[in-house]
Structures are given as structure tokens and as C-alpha cells.
Design a protein around this ligand. Structure first.
Ligand code: HDE
Length: 699
């Protein structure tokens, strides 16, 4: 019998390939990989087998522990707002706001209150794309000295429905249709438009959701709103109504619809990457928290009901009062532990902040706590680091799954006289609800003061600039075009006619359905308001390159001096530069130096940037090579179609010609070697060349 030599362990253990390097091994006990029980692991590359070729043994408890943990890695995603991204930061009050509130984080301008923020889309599942047309969630957890305060808002100031009981219907209608399981992260389908066209209270919100607000350029360039009317209570117990607003320091900017669609493929993580990169590079996003403050008597005089969440309070009626600023300055260490496990609840308030009777808000006070228990599996979710208050937390709630604390003492009840050190009520500084009086019959009804569905929708339409209006028409046309049921389209056109005849007719004409709008009678007369310029994002967006991204398309042989100039411009304007070249490895510039591009051509389309520079090498070097590539031609065509300012070098002329883009100094296609850089900078600060839109996308 020939003697068979068994190796002491698998010959490939510790090697990444035949002849490859050894994996690093622990050199001290501290470095040792262990199981969940702390047992040091000797081989993490191979399961325990009978012989080299198996079978694998059930005995392998190390494998089973690892795989079992893996099998249970996912927790239920959020029913809505499943896709989101979070970051840490702080809030700092500008002043002492004791006249309106006793909330501790709004008293001392020296004090910084830690915050955790999560932005999100609503309809899509966790793996859906960032740039879908949707409302964005804007949730802020303030870790105050008197408990956590959650301001769980959106990037639009109104909502689709007036009563919580309609929320499951709204969400079911927008989610994938139950029989076919599609479309994902889209409102452009029949069940949504059927539901909202049968629910006219949603018309105002539909105008917002079809507007550019639903396709933000960046989380950093988005406004936030508390939506409902809340109360602020001061030390004397006086109550005032407030509406919360977040104003981004960079201004409010959006994508172009075609750009958003293409970005979905080019970079599904566009918004989360943008936020992460900004924070990572030290360009910390900032918002100002403001409130509109008004008394109950003033509210009673408004011609709409402030308890109706489909209505906003125009800023021209009640101006914003700035309270303080929020800065996001730290990315999460672990996406799951923080962003996924963070649990926001509108019911998390602090002394000085209270609720109104808005029937949507009242329902939310129940829903969020309930959903956290199903998502996180236990009422002990408040012990997770991201959810735990940073002030003392002492109560008698006990046990339940995943209790991580070890409470000591004999007593878990209140009142008690057995434990002198146990937590006690505090009638003076503890939270007490605003003592609002009221009486009435128990019934299911909707207040008549909620019946005006069209006046504020018309106000929004009238307050838009021309490009914003055109985009709203484009939004409705796209979505209703995807809605197959003709009777639903007709019903929706009927609502749009009531909002504004021009809007209704433009959408009907774009759909090829002139004269087909259904006849709809409003319940109450429509009020004609003066436009509110504060509702338009473009009439107030600052001319600035701050926080924006300049994309440079280049190739071998490109003049190094151009790249240096673009970097210099970006530095002085607070922007960043990313270079796109044909190959990922390197690009050799005219000075013979190698540049490592940020993107290779097919992976870095112009949608990723706010304005672009085209500076290839000359014909002999890299320039000719670009002309033969559809990706390079599309790069320029897309930049032009998405109304971006294009600066180009003399060597780029042939490429532009191939893309069918003509030089146009006033129209944002600027030969900077002939014209200098000033015109490029000035126009790029305006973000888009709106005048070009009628040429590329006539409405
Ligand atoms: Fe939410 N909403 N919502 N919502 N909502 C949730 O809570 C709900 C509404 C908002 O980043 C859920 O933790 C009801 C308005 C944000 O983690 C759930 C109603 C506004 C987020 C829930 C509303 C929001 C949520 C799902 C109608 C703007 C993400 C997972 C009464 C003011 C929070 C979760 C995060 C999440 C219920 C309407 C904002 C199911 C019943 C209006 C930003 O509890």
C-alpha cells in the first residue's frame, strides 16, 4: 500500500491564489479574529470538511454561527422612506428664543446640540435610486438636554391627504401594483393617478410633486418643512402656532427630469454620494432653522385652516423668523447601525414644543412608535446608540427583547417608598401637554374648513417662473402619459383645468387629449391669491458655484494650464472639480505629467456635474480619439440638453461640432481660450441656461 501524505491543513489556506501573498495573520492576541463568543478562529477561509473535497460537516459550529448571522442580517425596511442617508452634526441657536419657547436647545447661543439627520425618498424600496421623482424626507433628531426632539419633515411644505386614515391607501397606490409587482419607485402608473384623481385634496401636493422640488440636485440644496402646524410654549405657558422651515445655505436647486432619469443609471447613489463626499471633504452642509409664528386668533382669520396639512402659510402673510443653524459635519461610521436603525417619531418632543390638532399629525403620533417596534423588533430600540438620549434616561419600563442594560435595585414601580434614589415625577419642569379645551360630538367627518382644494394649488402655479411652469407641465405629461387608463387621465385633466386653465390645456395638448378634460365642480369657490415669490426656487436661488461640481472632459495631450485654471476657479468659488478621461488608469497632460482621472469616460457622464469644461488634447494627441467615441459626443449633447454651461478649448471645436453644439457665448457655450473665463464663471453661477430650454425641449 502506497503511503498517502495528508497536509496538516488545506494547502490553499491563507493564500489568495497559487503563489499569491499570504493573508495577514494576527501577531498579537488583540488582533485575533474570534467568533461571537470570543473564541479565536484559526482558519476563516475553509469550512470543516471530511477530507479536502468534502462533504462539509454539520459539526462546523464556526461556519454555522457565521452563516446564521448572515442569514438574519436584514431587518424589515421602512414601509415608506425605505431609502435614505444619514449624517451627524450639531444645531446652534442664534439667540435666546424664550419669548416663544422654553425648549432648552433654543435658549443659549453658546450651546451646540448634537443632531442626527436622515434624508430619504418615500416610495422606493431600500435599493431603489436616489433621483426618482418623489418627496424627500428631512428628519432631524436633536439630542437635547431634556430629551430627544424629532422634527420629522419633508422637502415640501404640504401633504397629499388630510386624514391619517387615508395614508395606507395613498401609499398602496404609489407602491408597485400588487398583481404585477411594478413599477418600483414611481408615481407614474395607474393606481397612483386613479387614487389621487379621486382624492382632490391631493391636488395642491401634486403641483409640488410634479415640480422641480421632487428632483433635488442634492440633499444639501433642499429646503425642509415640518408640514403640520405645531405649537411652541414659553415659560409662562403661552402657546403660539408655528410652522417649521429649513433653509439650505447653498440655496435650493434641482435636476432636469431627463438628467434625473439618466442619473438613475449613471449613479443610483447620486444623492448619498454627494452628501458623503461633501462631509468627507470638510465642506459641511448647513441649514437655517426658521419658524413662522402666529397666534390662534391670527390663524382663525386666515382664509384656510392651519390644521389642514394640504395648506401652507404664505411667507408674505407670516414671515420667517430664523432660530439657528444646523451643520452636518460627520459621516456615519456604520450605515446599518446608525442610518438604518435610527428611529424617528413625531411624538418625541421636548418641553416647549407641542402638537396641534392636525388630524394627520395626530395619526402620526401613533404610527411611528408602532412601526419602530415592528422594524427594530423591540421597544428597547431607544437603547441603540443612535436613538439613545444623550441626557440621563431613567424609567421603570423593563425587560423586553434585547434589553442591553442591567438595571439594578429592587423596585420597578412608581410610586414607591422602598428606593429613595428612584426616579420621581417633576410637575414643574417635566413635559405637560398644552391644556387645550374642547368639546364636541364623537363622529367621523371632515371639517368644512378643509374643503378648498384648488386655491393654494393655483397660488403655487402662479408663483412659479416660466421654466418652473414648463417643468410642471412636463411632469404631469410624463406621468399621465404613463397612466394607461384614459378615464383617469381625463379626470386628472379636469382637476388641472380648475387649478389653472393654461396648465390644464398645456398638459391636455402635450398628451394629445385636447378637449377631453372631465367636468369637475369645486365644492367651494376658488380664491384668487396674489403670487407668493417665496414659493419659487429659481427666483430666489443664489448665483453661486458654492458646493457645485465642475466636470472636465479631457484626454492625452491636454494643456495642463487649462486644468490648473479650472482648479483655481473652483477653489476661489467654493466648487470642486472632477476629471473625466478615456481611460481609468491615467491621462498624460501636455507637460508630460500623468494625471489620475476621477472617472473614465463611460463611467463619468456629464450628468454628474453642474457645469462642464471640454479640453481634450490636440488632433494628433488625444482629441481625435474622443471624436470617435459616442460616449464623448453624448457627454456634450447631454450637457447641452441639460442646460449646463459648457466651456471649451480650441482643441474641442471638432468634438462640439460632432455633437451638433454650436459656440454661443451668451447662450452658455463658451470658447474660453478666445473669450476668457469671466463669462464662463458668471453664467455657471446661474446653474442652468434657461433660455436654451425652448430650443431643446419645446413645451
Ligand atoms: Fe411618515 N412615516 N407618515 N410622513 N415619514 C414613516 O416611520 C406616516 C408623513 C416622514 O428617516 C414611517 O420609521 C403616517 C408626513 C419621514 O426614518 C411610518 C402618515 C410627513 C419619514 C410613517 C405619514 C412624513 C417617515 C415609516 C400620515 C412629513 C422617514 C418608517 C398620517 C411631515 C423617517 C418609519 C426616517 C416615515 C407613517 C405622513 C415624513 C410608517 C401614518 C405628513 C421623513 O411610521
Amino acid at each position: 500500500m502506497s503511503e498517502r501524505k495528508e497536509p496538516a491543513r488545506c494547502p490553499f489556506a491563507g493564500k489568495i491564489a497559487k503563489g499569491g501573498e499570504l493573508h495577514q495573520q494576527a501577531s498579537s492576541p488583540d488582533e485575533r479574529l474570534t467568533t461571537g463568543q470570543g473564541l479565536p478562529v484559526s482558519d476563516d477561509q475553509n469550512s470543516l470538511k471530511f477530507g479536502d473535497r468534502g462533504p462539509t460537516l454539520l459539526e462546523d459550529f464556526i461556519l454555522r454561527e457565521k452563516i446564521t448571522h448572515f442569514d438574519h442580517e436584514r431587518i424589515p425596511e421602512r414601509v415608506v422612506h425605505a431609502r435614505g442617508y444619514g449624517a451627524h452634526g450639531y444645531f446652534q441657536s442664534y439667540d435666546c428664543h424664550e419669548d416663544i419657547t422654553k425648549a432648552s436647545f433654543l435658549q443659549d447661543p453658546e450651546e451646540k446640540t448634537e443632531v442626527f439627520v436622515r434624508f430619504s425618498t418615500v416610495a422606493g424600496s431600500e435599493g431603489s435610486l436616489d433621483t426618482a421623482r418623489d418627496v424627500r424626507g428631512f428628519s432631524v433628531k436633536f439630542y437635547t438636554k431634556e430629551g430627544n426632539y424629532d422634527l420629522v419633515g419633508n422637502n415640501m411644505p404640504v401633504f397629499f391627504i388630510q386624514d391619517v386614515i387615508k395614508f395606507p391607501d395613498l401609499i398602496h397606490s404609489v407602491k408597485p401594483e400588487p398583481d404585477r409587482g411594478f413599477p418600483q419607485a414611481q408615481s407614474a402608473h395607474d393606481t397612483f393617478w386613479d387614487f389621487v384623481s379621486l382624492t382632490p385634496e391631493s391636488v395642491h401636493m401634486l403641483l409640488w410633486i410634479m415640480s422641480d422640488r421632487a428632483i433635488p440636485r442634492s440633499y444639501r440644496m433642499m429646503e425642509g418643512f415640518g408640514v403640520h402646524t405645531f405649537r411652541m410654549i414659553n415659560q409662562s405657558g403661552e402657546s403660539r402656532f408655528v410652522k417649521f422651515h429649513w433653509r439650505p445655505k447653498l440655496g435650493t436647486f434641482s435636476l432636469i427630469w431627463d438628467e434625473a432619469v439618466k442619473l438613475g443609471g449613471a449613479d443610483p447613489d447620486f444623492h448619498r454620494r454627494d452628501l458623503w463626499q461633501a462631509i468627507e471633504s470638510g465642506d459641511f452642509p448647513e441649514w437655517e432653522l426658521c419658524v413662522q409664528v402666529f397666534t390662534e386668533e391670527e390663524a382663525a382669520a386666515f382664509d384656510f385652516d392651519v390644521l389642514d396639512p394640504t395648506k401652507l402659510v404664505p411667507e408674505e402673510k407670516v414671515p420667517l423668523r430664523p432660530l439657528g443653524k444646523m451643520v452636518l459635519n460627520r459621516n456615519v461610521d456604520n450605515f446599518f447601525a446608525e442610518t438604518e436603525q435610527v428611529a424617528f417619531c413625531p411624538s418625541h418632543v421636548v418641553p416647549g414644543i407641542d402638537f396641534s390638532d392636525d388630524p394627520l399629525l395626530q395619526g402620526r403620533l401613533f404610527s411611528y412608535l408602532d412601526t419602530q417596534i415592528s422594524r427594530l423588533g423591540s421597544p428597547n430600540f431607544n437603547q441603540l446608540p443612535v436613538n439613545a438620549p444623550k441626557c440621563p434616561m431613567r424609567f421603570f419600563q423593563r425587560d423586553a427583547q434585547m434589553q442591553t442594560q442591567v438595571p439594578s435595585g429592587r423596585v420597578a414601580n412608581q410610586p414607591n417608598s422602598l428606593d429613595e434614589g428612584s426616579p420621581r415625577e417633576c410637575p414643574v419642569t417635566g413635559f405637560s401637554s398644552f391644556p387645550k379645551s374642547g368639546q364636541g360630538e364623537k363622529r367621523r367627518s371632515r371639517s368644512e374648513t378643509f374643503a378648498d382644494y384648488y386655491s393654494q394649488a393655483r397660488l403655487f402655479w402662479k408663483s412659479m417662473t416660466e421654466p418652473e411652469r414648463n417643468h410642471i407641465v412636463g411632469g404631469f405629461t410624463f406621468e399621465l402619459g404613463k397612466c394607461e387608463a384614459r378615464h383617469v387621465r381625463k379626470r386628472m385633466l379636469g382637476h388641472l383645468m380648475l387649478v389653472d386653465q393654461e396648465l390644464g390645456e398645456k398638459v391636455a395638448s402635450a398628451l394629445g387629449m385636447e378637449g377631453e378634460a372631465a367636468e369637475i365642480e369645486p365644492i367651494v369657490p376658488i380664491i384668487e391669491y396674489e403670487p407668493s415669490p417665496a414659493l419659487s426656487q429659481y427666483s430666489k436661488s443664489p448665483a453661486s458655484l458654492q458646493g457645485k461640481k465642475i466636470g472636465v472632459l479631457t484626454s492625452d495631450g491636454a494643456p495642463a494650464s487649462i486644468l490648473e485654471k479650472v482648479l483655481e476657479i473652483a477653489k476661489s468659488e467654493g466648487a470642486t472639480v472632477e476629471v473625466v478621461a478615456p481611460k481609468a488608469g491615467r491621462c498624460r497632460l501636455s507637460d508630460g505629467k500623468d494625471l489620475e482621472p476621477d472617472h473614465f469616460l463611460a463611467g463619468g457622464p456629464s450628468m454628474l456635474f453642474d457645469c462642464v469644461v471640454v479640453a481634450p488634447g490636440g488632433e494628433e494627441e488625444g482629441g481625435k480619439a474622443l471624436q470617435d467615441q459616442a460616449d464623448a459626443v453624448d457627454w456634450i449633447r447631454n450637457a447641452f440638453g441639460h442646460l449646463k454651461v459648457i466651456g471649451f478649448s480650441d482643441a474641442a471645436e471638432a468634438l462640439l461640432e460632432k455633437a451638433g453644439v454650436e459656440p454661443d457665448v451668451k447662450g452658455g457655450v463658451i470658447p474660453f481660450e478666445k473669450e476668457g473665463w469671466d463669462g464662463f464663471i458668471e453664467q455657471a453661477k446661474k446653474h442652468r441656461v434657461w433660455e436654451r430650454e425652448s430650443k431643446v425641449r419645446p413645451v
